[in-house]
Design a protein around this ligand. Sequence first.
Ligand SMILES: [Zn+2]
Length: 313
Amino acid sequence: MAALAPSVATAAPLPPRRRARPLLLILLLLATPLLAEPPPPSRLSPDVTRFIVANSEFTMLHEMGHMLISELNLPLLGREEDAADQLGMMILFLLSDPQRKAELDADLLAIVDYWRLEWQRPRPANEQVPAWDTHALDEQRFYNIACLAYGSDPDRMEWVLRVTGLPVERALYCDQEFLQASRALDWIRHHNRRVAIQRRPRIQIIYDPPPSYLPDAELLVARLREGGLEDIARRVSLVFAPPRTLTLRIAACGTPDAWYNRDEAELTLCYERLQHFRELAETLPPERRPGPQLECAPAYKALQDALTTETEC
Ligand SMILES: [Zn+2]
């Protein structure tokens, strides 16, 4: 009861000047957090941005694999989902700049890291991939992608073995797996070349309004555009020349998904999937993130340095 006494005392009317002070204090308290917050030129760090962009591009290339299988009537043995992963990876290699191998390496690291996180993250039963699914298990997709990355250049890509733990029993044959996939891509390009030069290929891109329930959706798609999303679509359409105009739509779906719709000739990449990549990127351990370190050393050494905590550059 004694503690209430002072407040009872201050309840008496105050002179106007003193009454204004609490209001001023409240305004200052309200304003302080806004003033203290630094202006956000980007709310995404370079490492998180790379993870989102590289994996969004790979998702798009996987769906473009489905698109090519359908639009070019590609002969197929085995699971289409496995073929789409292989096509996505091989197109990634095809479009990469040979003068910027460190960029490709960092993208590959982001992609294998994603599949490891996807495989190992706890998830409810309704999100588990069953053995009968058309997709391989995430763990298998992780090793398949790691194998293609390593097999693309075993001498230079030794880091893949260290980072992914790809067993030597599989790694021994990864160069052959890469060669098979590379020959398949060459076959597709050669088979399609004669008709391709007669076509006016086009993949149009439509950005649906970002959903209000994903406040960062606009920022994420902006990073994707800066990262070269539209250039990839343009180059895929030039290289493979689909027989009809196709659409790439960035859309709100209510689920972190992506797909190719043959009837509509439309590839959808969901804003929710970009957000999913962002959330997973935040769980990467810092020493595994290929970040600004890559810019201060020769390409391969830089990547190795970025992957070890004891090396500074
Ligand atoms: Zn698929």
